[in-house]
Design a protein around this ligand. Structure first.
Ligand SMILES: NC(=O)c1ccc[n+]([C@@H]2O[C@H](COP(=O)([O-])OP(=O)(O)OC[C@H]3O[C@@H](n4cnc5c(N)ncnc54)[C@H](O)[C@@H]3O)[C@@H](O)[C@H]2O)c1
Length: 436
């Protein structure tokens, strides 16, 4: 199948490369020419485990190519995936400008029937709006080309994106009518359905809602345990034991019950916000979603205040981890971006280290920090170590060594990865979340 993927970011690039790996003929399109130039050289602009090898292999096999010119990609294409970003506007609604531009561009240049698939996370009703834009453009062109608008939301996790794409729990496809498009979608995913991965067919509106519902639910689970962390601090409970006691119940499950400084990243904050905006727009109350957002904000601020209160004046602090989670260089809505300016404003000196995200962070961190070459440099002679991202290499740290090289003894564990007793035994003071 000839496929075009528009937007070669975290979702688009992984999807494009995986479609190629599954045997399709793929063209990746991006307006960012520097990104396209890198991709043509077989260099991934993002960090994602396994992606580099897969990218090179499929370029060498001639199954994938890249261009900044959509007009060269479209003529041969049967299915176009739009995977452009849908970031939050000031009022929390999703910014859909890129999605609409892509829809219009496809309608402008399509030379034969095409399936237009929205892979971006978009609010319910966006498919219909794309349909209107496409219809208008085709009428203007006096074209009898047919374009089917389909929703196929993406559920991959950064850091596990290749696995999630090649081994999806389910593939959600929403379409209203368009039997011919259904056949093409079936063909695209046949290499996966053949191995037992299910496609869930549903109305386009349902598919659009499923994605937000899933992220809203997971974010809610995180906010739920974070809400309880404060209760634990006030009463002497231990949030890890609460999470274990809840998570071993089959009906609840252990995942997303890890208390910490709250969720960040490019998806949960934005999708929760978009649901809040949708609630306002439709007049349908979504109080659990509002609470999820408020708790997340509160949890972050609460921990930051705790850090600022505990630090001595003019402290030197070493920050471990900058990306919003491990196994990615994605810095969007990372706690580090909020905490660093607060530390600097309070007069502290900040040294930072992240195994992968330093380059991305350099363009985003506000204020003067020292970019350390390794994790120990960041905390040598520091008054405090602040762990913000639970990269594996921070987990295995020798706590006695940490105590030896630090000047002070405060260890802020923003992800609750250390054992408080072990930390205290090493002579350090433990500051976790929901543990007293
Ligand atoms: N990142 C994730 O983990 C994830 C997971 C599931 C779903 N999603 C959703 O997928 C969508 C894309 O997210 P992302 O993280 O990959 O975004 P991203 O910012 O990494 O990538 C978007 C890409 O689109 C390109 N682009 C923008 N406008 C364009 C245009 N008109 N033509 C061609 N290219 C254009 C940008 O240059 C960029 O490379 C979002 O809706 C997001 O919510 C993301």
């Amino acid at each position: 199948m000839k496929i075009t993927v528009i937007g070669t970011g975290y979702v688009g690039l992984v999807s494009a490369v995986c479609f190629a790996e599954l045997g399709h003929s793929v063209i990746g399109v991006d307006i960012d020419e520097a990104k396209v130039a890198k991709l043509k050289d077989g260099v991934s602009p993002i960090y994602e485990p396994e992606l580099d090898d897969l990218l090179k292999r499929n370029i060498d096999a001639g199954r994938i190519s890249f261009t900044a010119d959509i007009t060269t990609a479209l003529p041969e294409t049967q299915v176009v995936f739009s995977a452009v970003a849908t970031p939050p506007n000031e009022d929390f609604s999703a910014d859909l400008r890129a999605v609409f531009i892509v829809a219009e561009t496809v309608a402008t240049h399509a030379g034969s029937d095409i399936v237009f698939v929205n892979k971006s996370t978009v609010p319910v009703g966006t498919g219909e709006k794309c349909e209107d834009i496409i219809k208008k453009k085709l009428e203007e062109r006096n074209s009898d080309v047919k374009i089917a608008v389909v929703s196929n939301p993406e559920f991959l996790r950064e850091g596990h994106a290749i696995h999630d794409t090649m081994q999806p729990d389910r593939i959600v496809v929403g379409l209203n009518g368009y039997e011919w498009a259904k056949t093409l979608m079936e063909d695209i995913y046949k290499p996966l359905t053949r191995t037992g991965k299910p496609i869930l067919w549903m109305k386009r509106e349902s598919a659009e809602i499923v994605k937000y519902a899933s992220n809203g639910f997971l974010a809610n689970k995180i906010s739920f345990i974070n809400m309880l962390s404060e209760l634990c601090e006030a009463t002497g409970g231990n949030i890890r034991d609460i999470a274990k006691g809840m998570g071993m119940d089959d009906r609840i499950g252990p995942r997303f019950l890890q208390s910490g400084i709250g969720y960040g990243g490019s998806c949960f904050p934005k999708d929760v916000k978009a649901l809040i905006a949708l609630s306002r727009e439709t007049g349908v109350p979504l109080p659990l979603i509002e609470a999820t957002h408020n708790i997340n904000q509160y949890q972050r601020e609460r921990y930051f205040k705790k850090i600022l209160k505990a630090l001595p004046a003019n402290a030197t602090v070493g920050i471990w981890g900058l990306s919003f989670k491990p196994r990615t260089d994605d810095m969007r809505e990372a706690p580090s971006l909020d905490l660093i300016p607060l530390l600097l404003e309070a007069g502290h000196t900040v040294r930072v280290f992240d195994p992968i995200a330093m380059d991305n962070a350099k363009g985003m961190v506000k204020g003067e920090v020292t970019w350390s070459d390794n994790m120990m440099d960041a905390i040598t002679d520091a008054d405090a170590t602040i762990l913000l991202t639970e990269w594996d290499e921070f987990r295995g740290i020798n706590l006695k060594k940490l105590k030896e090289v630090m000047k002070g003894n405060d260890l802020f564990d923003g992800r609750n990865i250390y054992d408080p007793e072990e930390v205290e035994t090493a002579g350090l003071v433990y500051h976790g979340i929901g543990i007293v």
